[in-house]
Design a protein around this ligand. Sequence first.
Ligand code: GUN
Ligand code: FE
Length: 418
Amino acid sequence: MLTAYKGNIIEAKSPTELGLYPNQYLILEDGILIDILPELPANMQEAEVTDFGDALILQSFCDMHLHAPQYEMTGTGMDLPLLQWLNAYAFPTEARYKDPSYARKKYHQLAKELIANGTTRVSMFSTLHTPATLVLMEELEQAGVTGLVGKVNMDSNAPDYLRETTQESIQETLRWLEGCQQFSRVKPVLTPRFAPSCSPELLTFLGKVKAERGLPVQSHLSENVGEIAFVKEIFPDCGEYWQVYDKYGLFDSHTLMAHCVHSTQTEQNAMLKSGVRPVHCASSNNSLCSGISPVGHMIRQGIGVCMGTDVAGGTTLSMLKTIANSISASKDRYIMTGDESQVLSIEEAYYAATSAGQTFLGEGEGFVRGKALHAIVLDDTHLPLLPGITLRDRLLRGAFRLDDRNITAVISNGIRRK
Ligand code: GUN
Ligand code: FE
């Protein structure tokens, strides 16, 4: 079936270039994007056209780092640094997901909220519990959220109530991977929580599974100074944090590393060389007082930075707010360092929030012709008229001034979900 959406279309073609299509049509056949055109082609006069008037049509968001079980604690408990915060707030919350029916209720709500916020693609941490992780994948798939979900591995440096033995972690990972076969739009990602949570034996197993099955990996890297010191202490043979993951075969172009706030130039060079994708989490870096990431510097070197909310270290599920927070944080970095090249442009921030994640998920940049459409409609038409405002500035203004209430349509994988 032929359909079309009409509006002011903006795509993230590269970190430095927006594709702008004022008052044009996204042309679809059975949910697959065929083209973006200024007029409806002659053979499409019968097509079902939805006209969004003067609103913006954007790529939907890729939230490439968040913790599903922590959604319920968003906006609370932000008075401790990372390692203490995990013990005081995150771990007790995650323990509740031992109960799959509790997980069902919470994850159903989370999946709905993601769609409401225009996030149709994710890379997400669950908990160490296999049943709840499968429930999460089911709820996401039903709501139309696509992407990656990981059962968390943690056999070390965690409380008794939220720790697996190494054998349990290995067996449960295999059992979970078996269960994942039922899903078509949500796929597994291996998820060593972070280096301190995993014994060398468990990391060895995960590296082997990754190599054998070609699975992606997600974890945390150089988020907080206390964490980095702890990693040095427990992995004394690794000179820098990234070398722990590298040593076990968990550091390549199919790897997402959340935060990278304190990554040295050597660590950044290693990410560039291996194609590892840092996930910038501006809200969380501020809330947990982790630091201000050199994200502009990383992007300018050609590192494929993605963006994440890191709920619930981060205070919002909104990727619009996350774009705004990222731009603000990059200016704080400039103020602190005097290095103006740290400042993120809207082109870079929108790209990191959309196309960067898409490329990690194997979809290509921008509105991908020949693939199922992922898009949102952002209605800014109630904002004061600013004569001559460009589409670029409307995108920037939207990030700072709008939220889920202004996202009036969401199309995921070719299907309208809002
Ligand atoms: N490092 C290890 N676990 C976590 C977590 O749950 N949140 C954040 N922000 N960092 C982590
Ligand atoms: Fe995190």
